[in-house]
Write a protein that binds this ligand. Structure first.
Ligand code: FAD
Length: 389
């Protein structure tokens, strides 16, 4: 079941290119050596792992299969494998990476001018510039399409006013992609640079999930950005949605990473833990649980690989991405609950890892569109009837 790459019951590795397989191995080694040993501590202290950023940058893999200056070339599948492995190690660091590459770099790569791409993408790929993506507001999460932050043209600049909530990297970023409503009533994208007066961000304290990545409450008060910082390709909410649709399929890989961690932890624990004079792995009920976990992890792998291959061919639709995200986060939650059960009391201890993943999957279940919202998106496509409002 383990090809040396990790759980691979159906020989997924055979369907990968050499480059994808090598990347998977590199990522797996890095996650085992550098990320897993420190992740629990950062999580418990709710401390952002600044030390890991330059170490991770050395791998040269930040870019999420985007095309643009300074971005390492990789397939969508390779990007998925990176996402999976980072999440197998730690959901917080993986989310930092997801915001950086998946959301912030993607907004610039999809919607930016050539100058904006040249200025930001190479530095962001090297993790020398940190990005954030500010869409959600205190009063608009699932209905972010109704966002209230405004952008008003004033001479050579735009003036932003409003509030944003839950913004990953929002307190530490060099550039924040802010989505605001322009005077034409449409949602538009703006690059707000570090130190811009009128941009104030506070870390949201007290999270019980993804504790080591910092989310911000942001206030924009007459925040003036030069006109050249408007994203020329970010003209309507459709452009924002294009970014989100691409990252949504990535969340399926993230959920797979969490489920893989759960399965690996539970299997090794069940083999080593003795009760009634035998390893608990020898009991039929325990084996049934392990097999169910493997079945879900394997199904998720096939789902994810197919999703990425479709994306590579330009055939992945928004609803296909929604289905992948919805199904994977749902299944990962179940796998994590089973792993926690199999590890008994130790299952609730952070040192045994599963509890951290169990807490972290709750954020994935919600962010980038909740399970219910993904379901309604697919339901609308199936029936032709919108059940949103
Ligand atoms: P709500 O929209 O208030 O939803 C509450 C409940 O109501 C959910 O169960 C939802 O499914 C349900 N619901 C809502 N509408 C309907 C409906 N029509 N039918 C049925 N059920 C419905 N945003 C960013 O812009 N940038 C970020 O970097 C970012 N990072 C995040 C990191 C974390 C850890 C978290 C938790 C969130 C992050 N978000 C970010 C925001 C995230 O995308 C939102 O939390 C998410 O879209 C849900 O919005 P909400 O929290 O306001 O929940």
């Amino acid at each position: 079941a383990d090809s040396g790459l990790g759980v691979d019951y159906y020989g997924l590795a055979e369907d990968l290119t050499d480059a994808e397989r090598d990347l998977w191995t590199t990522m797996r080694r890095w996650v085992d050596a550098e990320l897993i040993p420190v992740a629990g501590g950062y999580w418990e202290r709710a401390e952002f792992p600044y030390d890991l950023v330059p170490k991770y940058a050395q791998l040269g893999v930040v870019g999420d299969a985007l095309v643009g200056p300074g971005i390492p070339e990789m397939s969508v599948t390779a990007a998925g494998l990176i996402t999976m492995e980072l999440n197998r190690g730690d959901g917080s660091f993986a989310t930092f990476h997801g915001v950086q590459a998946g959301l912030a770099m993607r907004s610039i790569a999809f919607c930016g001018s050539d100058e904006q791409k040249e200025r930001w993408l190479p530095a962001m790929a090297r993790l020398e510039a940190i990005g954030a993506f500010a869409l959600t507001e205190p009063d608009h999460g699932s209905d972010s399409v109704a966002l209230e932050t405004t952008a008003r043209r004033d001479g050579d600049s735009y003036v932003l006013n409003g509030a944003k909530r839950w913004i990953g990297n929002g307190t530490i970023c060099d550039v924040c992609v802010v989505w605001a409503r322009g005077e034409d009533g449409q949602v538009q994208g703006f690059l707000v640079e570090k130190g811009t007066p009128g941009y104030e961000a506070d870390v949201i304290e007290g999270k019980g999930s993804l504790r080591a990545v910092w989310n911000a409450d942001i206030r924009l008060t007459d925040c003036r950005v030069p006109a050249e910082n408007k994203l020329p390709g970010g003209r309507t909410f459709k452009d924002t949605a294009r970014v989100l649709s691409a990252t949504r399929a990535g969340i399926a890989w993230s959920a797979l990473g969490h489920a893989t961690a759960a399965y690996e932890c539970a299997l090794s624990y069940a083999l080593q833990r003795q009760q009634f004079g035998k390893p608990i792995a020898s009991f039929q009920l325990v084996q049934e649980k392990l097999v169910q976990m493997l079945a879900e992890v394997t199904a998720m792998q096939l789902f994810c690989l197919r999703t990425s291959r479709l994306a590579e061919q330009g055939r992945l639709t928004d609803t296909m991405a929604s289905l992948a995200k919805m199904n994977a986060t749902r299944k990962a939650r179940q796998v994590l609950a089973t792993a926690r059960d199999l590890m008994g009391g130790n299952g609730i201890l952070l040192e045994h890892r599963v509890m951290r993943h169990m807490a972290d999957i709750e954020a994935l279940h919600t962010y980038e569109g909740t399970e219910s919202i993904q379901t309604l998106i697919i339901g609308k496509q199936l029936t032709g009837i919108s059940a949103f409002a």
